[in-house]
Design a protein around this ligand. Structure first.
Ligand code: R5P
Length: 292
């Protein structure tokens, strides 16, 4: 028999109405608890932003410079990231399960850099994503690419399956080799991804009109890093992106190919979460570098 609750003094706080809480993230108020909880692991509820560390490059280009040994070069950095974006192969083989940060797992794939990159298919079952306890799925969308429709269909399939289990989907707007990377194109790609159900979108920064991309996308946008730049330029790009409406960054090469990846990810955090300007963050980067 369960013990009886014999306490006399109970605290009902009848004079304090229960608060009806909203949800901090753009366009995400109507999701179920599990979906919002997963999004809150990726996006810091205090700042509304995220620093994601992208290391999934091997899924189509093999051991990319800086990712030859993820166990040695990346695992020590994860403590500075809000989320690690990786493949399930890397997650299971080298990321310790004691790692308590959010994981965004690559869920599409197929072609290597030797072939047509837009020729992807769904490459992960949502059941396996649940088994790994990840916080979101990542899928490429190749708007304007040869296999545009299939890549969008990959995304909508994952969105449908994800909604059954409260699993968000991040659409990555991949830009083909010969395509123009401008605001007009990225507005189209980001808006399509959001309209068709992606919970958040990863896209590139463009100096002209980036705020029109974020304004016309009804869900959060995270900025992709792209090719390695000098550290101050990469920090300036991240700063401008969040100033112009991005909800954070998902950077890879500009962190792990930096002269000091540990210092660089901390500098990116300073820009994204602490409101530091690029020069201040770069000064912090140089100070870390000097003591390394
Ligand atoms: C690209 O398609 C991969 O999914 C990467 O995760 C990412 O977009 C590349 O990161 P970065 O451009 O910052 O190296």
């Amino acid at each position: 028999m369960p013990e009886q609750d014999t306490m006399v003094a109970k605290e009902f706080h009848e004079d304090v109405p229960q608060e009806n809480r909203g949800f901090f993230l753009k366009g995400s108020a109507s999701y179920d608890w599990g979906m919002q909880n997963r999004l809150s692991r990726i996006f810091n509820p205090d700042t509304g932003r995220t620093v994601m560390l992208a290391v999934d490059h091997g899924y189509f280009q093999g051991p990319t410079t800086g990712l030859e040994r993820i166990d040695l070069s990346i695992v020590p950095l994860v403590r500075h990231a809000d989320a690690l974006m990786c493949t399930r192969g890397i997650l299971r083989s080298v990321v310790p399960a004691t790692e308590n940060h959010a994981i965004v797992v690559r869920a599409s794939g197929g072609p290597s850099i030797l072939k047509e990159l837009s020729d992807e298919e769904v490459a992960l079952d949502v059941e396996d994503a649940l088994r790994m306890n990840v916080s979101a799925l990542a899928v490429q969308v190749f708007v304007g690419g040869e296999f545009e429709t299939r890549s969008i269909h990959n995304m909508t399939q994952l969105v449908d399956r994800g909604l059954r289990f409260g699993m968000p989907v991040m659409a990555v707007t991949a830009v083909g080799r010969d395509m123009v990377r401008d605001a007009k194109y990225l507005r189209l790609a980001c808006r399509m991804a959001a309209e068709l159900g992606a919970q958040f979108v990863k896209t590139y920064y463009v100096p002209e009109g980036f705020s029109t991309i974020t304004a016309s996308c009804p869900v959060p946008i995270v900025m992709a890093g792209g090719k390695k730049l000098p550290e101050l330029d990469a920090l300036t790009m991240a700063y401008r992106a969040v100033e112009e409406g991005a909800s954070g960054v998902d950077m890879g090469r500009n962190i792990f190919q930096s002269a000091d990846p540990d210092a660089m990810i901390q500098a990116v955090r300073a820009v994204v979460h602490d409101g530091k300007n690029p020069q201040e963050a770069h000064d912090e980067f140089l100070a870390h570098l000097a003591t390394a």
